[in-house]
Design a protein around this ligand. Structure first.
Ligand code: KG4
Ligand code: ZN
Length: 330
């Protein structure tokens, strides 16, 4: 039996989770509404909010899991990538708990954890599987050969899919983060009403910066009330373009690797259109598809805990002098 306390603080969610032998018993997430008024995450404010939230969030995670401090076998934290001030709060807290309890410390890569969020549910993919990881900072296709053997086989050369959502949402005068709002309005819009060009990028890589520019140029040519009058169709058309770019590359990845277990992960995998498109592609191309439940798509500590569970089994521990880093290779 291994009981793991995991902490996630890479961006603007403070989260803690307790996992016992691969089963998630709690996943408490405190979101930081303060950034909305600034139109994006303000790093300094994020760090301060993590400082305020971390103790109550960890306490709530222990209470929900009916877990005493003495029952903890290891403490895990997000080491990279992310905002350095935010990462430092979670890392320092985890190190202190590990030191106080004299238990091992486990450092987790945030993007690997997004992929392994697919191993939380009982209905989980067999290895090997492909994972399209789409978040605010990353867009990757990952070939997962084993829990800790993950290979990035494609990624964005500029903006991430989440940035494409958020930046076009800003052009449509929607508040930050715009991704969930585009999703909401798209549900009652026509996805084929407006056509935006898809980039032709070689291999399994992506590019999303051109989409933002083409939406900008398109909007500049329109009448003053155009956005207001066409908001739902604009959202549906932008979302349709982003999903089309993503699914085409995923299809190419399946063709190249021959792997037909296909997952999605990361904040953008909460998008209802993308979830639907993946399921439809699975039926059309005979893929076995997997999608984490909503709470495990956007940033959360349960995905850190499940990754730490696999690291615990092979004793992949880190020393107390470790430091988080804003960027990190796999
Ligand atoms: O994984 P995540 O929570 O944080 C990072 O690690 O970046 O991803 C955040 C991103 C944001 O860009 C947000 O707009 C996007 O995920 N997002 C969505 C939806 N929910 C979150 N994008 C489109 N549709 C959604 N429903
Ligand atoms: Zn993330």
């Amino acid at each position: 039996m291994a009981t793991i306390l995991a902490i996630e603080s890479s961006c603007d969610e403070t989260s803690a989770s307790v996992c016992v032998d691969g089963k998630i018993l709690s996943n408490v997430i405190a979101s930081q509404a303060i950034h909305e008024q600034y139109g994006g995450v303000v790093p300094e404010l994020a760090s301060r909010a993590h400082m305020q939230n971390i103790v109550p969030v960890v306490d709530a995670a222990l209470v929900q899991a009916s877990c005493s401090r003495q029952a903890i076998d290891a403490v895990a934290f997000t080491q990279a990538p992310g905002l350095i001030g935010s990462l430092l709060v979670g890392a320092q807290f985890a190190k202190s708990v590990a030191l106080a309890l004299n238990k091992p410390l486990i450092a987790v890569h945030h993007m690997q954890a997004h992929v392994l969020a697919n191993l939380i549910a009982d209905d989980r993919p067999d290895f090997p599987f492909l994972c399209l990881t789409v978040s605010g900072g990353h867009t990757q296709i990952v070939l997962a050969k084993a829990p800790l053997v993950l290979e990035v086989i494609g990624e964005t050369i500029d903006d991430a899919a989440g940035e494409a959502f958020d930046k076009t949402a800003k052009l449509l005068r929607l508040p930050y983060p715009g991704g969930p709002l585009i999703d909401k309005y798209a549900q009652s819009g026509n996805p084929l009403k407006f056509k935006f060009a898809e980039p032709q990028i070689p291999k399994l890589d992506f590019s999303f910066s051109g989409l933002k520019t083409s939406v900008l140029y398109f909007l500049q040519k329109q009448e003053p009330n155009f956005i207001q009058d066409n908001l739902h169709d604009l959202c549906a058309s932008v979302q349709h373009t982003i999903i089309s770019i993503l699914i085409k590359k995923l299809k190419k990845a399946v063709q190249q690797t021959g792997v037909k277990n296909v997952c999605i992960a990361g904040g953008v995998s909460a998008n209802s259109g993308l979830r639907k498109a993946l399921v439809e592609s699975g039926i059309k191309y005979q893929w076995k598809t997997f999608i984490p439940s909503f709470e495990y798509c956007t940033d959360n500590a349960a995905m850190i805990a499940i990754t730490a569970f696999y690291k615990y089994q092979v004793q992949q521990f880190t020393t107390l002098d470790t430091s988080p880093t804003a960027r990190a290779e796999w």
